[in-house]
Ligand binder design. Structure first.
Ligand SMILES: Cc1cc2nc3c(=O)[nH]c(=O)nc-3n(C[C@H](O)[C@H](O)[C@H](O)COP(=O)(O)OP(=O)(O)OC[C@H]3O[C@@H](n4cnc5c(N)ncnc54)[C@H](O)[C@@H]3O)c2cc1C
Length: 440
């Protein structure tokens, strides 16, 4: 018989402390449950500003927070640092990489997505993707090392290649990276180098489609293209990339010598669908039911970037933070309603609040459907919205001060070349005698 003083609480296991998982845990506050929160990293990342870490504008701790600290006031939440490798749905267990298992009554999978290379995984060492803090610091390292090496390079062709930065994919991340790298090269670095004019660095944005920011209305996409060109970014449209090596990128019938390629095109969902043998779309996203349960598993929910969900309006929810957060909040409500014996909730319906992208200083676009903005006003909105969505007052103040410094003095303080040469990373100039120290 149940002891009324210590009622048996449903055990909810949430895998993934990104936007979706964190919102689920937040939404379950006050519910008669105990929660196990599992992530393979010890921090939650604000991915929309990852590119600012990659371009030395912000420090890592300004866009990431320890997961434990985010749930420290929730006694019913236990945090586990581990990688999930599978789900035993028959026995209701989650499998961890150390061989142990975690039982669940209800499971929420919020394991996100990674970048994908359209079947060319061999490009990964040369074309760096941006998804984690490690990715961002690796890109930062490669960018800064390329300038350092160019400063000492005597061969003009190699120097040119070192000072050519290629970004593949002109979605919001590609556009933001290209604009910021152009500003870093032309505004922040010139006074610090003696042998090279960093302002002459080439930033080349390559896109297979015919527009930059293809998800935005034509007018905003045209504005973004013009703004990029004013910043000196060379934009190559309608050019699918067909090769990436340590020394060049191939696209269309062209080949461009470069030592730095950044990949901002294409995603692949986490293996959640494979863990469950669930139906998936062509990029591996679980095709969930309208209430975000996995087909055939009433007690397993999947949310965010790792799922494909079509709303009652027939439109798919996009792979962006608000969609993951709304799904997390919805699942928490479904779980609470079930526990309270209340009727089932209506299907999940994603509500689009608007899109914002920054191109450079005082250059941004915002699309709220009913109103479209570009230029300085859109840039202010972008800045205020991003500061608002950060976690904690200290971070908000730090980021605002950093942006003020960048804006008024072109000063980017996070220009640190750190870490040895991580496994698999190719040096900016592949050299047989390169050591793990930063500079030759
Ligand atoms: C560079 C970049 C810029 C972006 N910019 C914007 C933007 O401007 N606006 C916007 O709205 N959206 C943006 N997005 C998209 C947005 O960040 C995602 O849509 C959102 O993070 C999805 O949330 P999620 O919870 O599904 O996954 P995520 O936030 O990716 O979280 C997944 C979590 O699961 C964990 N995990 C994964 N696999 C395992 C495993 N096997 N075991 C344990 N833990 C695991 C990960 O460590 C991670 O913490 C951007 C994304 C990127 C990469």
């Amino acid at each position: 018989m149940q002891n009324p003083k210590h009622p048996v609480r449903e055990h909810i296991v949430v895998v993934g402390a990104g936007f979706g998982g964190l919102e689920t845990v937040r939404g379950l506050k006050g519910a008669p449950v105990r929660i196990t929160f599992i992530d393979r990293r010890n921090h939650h990342i604000f991915q929309p500003l990852l590119y600012q870490v990659a371009t030395a504008s912000l420090a890592t701790s300004e866009i990431a927070w320890p997961i434990r600290s985010l749930v420290s006031d929730r006694r019913e939440v236990t945090t586990i640092l581990a990688s999930v490798t599978g789900v035993d749905a028959a026995h209701k267990h989650v499998l961890l990489d150390d061989g142990s298992t975690v039982p669940y009554d209800v499971l929420v999978l919020a394991t996100g997505a990674r970048h994908a290379y359209f079947g060319h995984d061999e490009w990964e060492p040369y074309a760096l993707g941006l998804k984690t803090i490690e990715d961002a610091t690796k890109i930062r390292r490669r960018l800064l090392l390329a300038f350092e090496r160019a400063e000492r390079e005597t061969d003009p062709e190699v120097r040119k290649a070192l000072m050519t930065f290629v970004i593949v994919g002109a979605g919001p991340t590609g556009v933001e990276l290209a604009g910021t790298i152009a500003e870093l090269a032309s505004e922040t670095l010139p006074r610090e180098f003696r042998n090279i004019d960093t302002g002459k660095a080439r930033v080349v944005l390559i896109e297979a489609g015919t527009r930059v920011l293809a998800g935005y209305p034509d007018e905003l996409s045209d504005y973004a293209l013009n703004s990029l060109r004013k910043l000196g970014v060379e934009v190559e449209l309608g050019q699918p990339v067909n090769d990436c090596t340590a020394e060049a990128v191939g696209y269309g019938d062209k080949r461009l010598a470069t030592r730095t390629i950044i990949w901002a095109a294409g995603v692949r969902a986490s293996p959640a669908a494979e863990w469950l043998g669930a139906p998936a779309d062509n990029v591996g996203r679980v095709k969930v039911m309208p209430d975000l349960t996995v087909p055939g598993h009433r007690d397993i929910f999947a949310i965010g970037d790792t799922v494909s969900v079509v709303g009652p309006n027939g439109k798919p929810a996009p792979g962006i933070a608000p969609a993951a957060k709304q799904a997390g909040a919805y699942v928490a409500k479904v779980i609470k309603a079930r526990l309270a014996g209340e009727p089932a909730l209506p299907p999940f319906h994603y509500h689009h609040e608007g899109s914002l992208a920054q191109i450079g200083k005082r250059r941004a676009v915002s699309d709220f459907g009913w109103i479209k903005l570009k230029g300085t006003l859109a840039w202010w909105l972008w800045g205020i919205a991003h500061i608002y969505f950060l976690i904690g007052t200290r971070t908000r103040v730090n980021v605002a001060v950093n942006w003020l410094w960048i804006h008024t003095r072109n000063h980017r303080s996070a220009r640190l070349i750190t870490q040895g040469m991580p496994n698999g990373e190719r040096p900016a100039v592949p050299q047989a005698n390169e050591s793990s120290t930063d500079l030759k």
